[in-house]
Design a protein around this ligand. Sequence first.
Ligand code: CUA
Length: 314
Amino acid sequence: MNLGFPLFPEQASTMAARVDALYFFLIAVSVFFSLLISAAIVVFAFRYRRRSELERPPEIAGNLRLEMVWIIIPLGFTLVMFVWGAILYFETYSPPANSLEIHIVAKQWMWKAQHPAGRSEIDELHVPLGRPVKLLLTSQDVIHDFFVPAFRIKTDVLPGRYMTVWFEASKTGVFRLFCAEYCGTLHSGMLGRIVVVPASDYQTWLSGGTSGITMAEAGARLFQRLGCATCHGESDAARGPALAGLMGKQVRLQDGKRVIADETYIRESIINPHAKIVAGFQPVMPTFKGVVSEEGILQIISYLKSLERQEGRR
Ligand code: CUA
């Protein structure tokens, strides 16, 4: 049904129809109770109006059955909303294991995307149809918000942290990407296009205009160039811990705490190395703040993940 002005954005991801179903349920419940309450106000105003100057209403102490009804029914409705919403929320933010991982860096005022195979793009994101795509998002400056109405995904993009969201496009086409967090004077112009193409076209697209090296390879070069390898070698040698197989593992810190080596931990360890010292090591690592860009950090993370995969094959 096309009325000329769409009431809802197109449904272009596997999640879209499910999000809409919850939304329609919320609307239906709201409409039902709005009508019920308005009707009750009107009916009661007539039915229980004061009929004479001398009328004194009888005293009512309460009605247990009535009170149970108006507590239990709304409680039931709100619990359904809560559980339903929570299920959708956790699914939206838990990418399937076989997802294609794409890195997004937001900055005033553009979206930069880096594909693992090496190709990068600005204000555009090419994704294959019918394959789960996991986005790893961060910001280079202020808070932005990655919003694709047709996919029903929306997530804040924060500086210094990595946010994860995923989607699986269910139709080809071009869909709009908005920044949904006021981020400065050109916020409203911080737009992008998501281009969904068949999987084979995505492969073709990837091989065109690429730098010829993958993100992990670029990360490996950066790792050498910045001299990381001098301290982070194959084994837990003198100065720094070994990094192969680190991603996703638990790390024991000097103060006895344990953290998971996720993307945010790696980034912090590069920018602010003394924040978390690994047990058994000295705080000797210099900061790389200002030396390595957000894209560079993502490349290094890709490189560390590729080390992990090599580790897994052994
Ligand atoms: Cu970026 Cu608003």
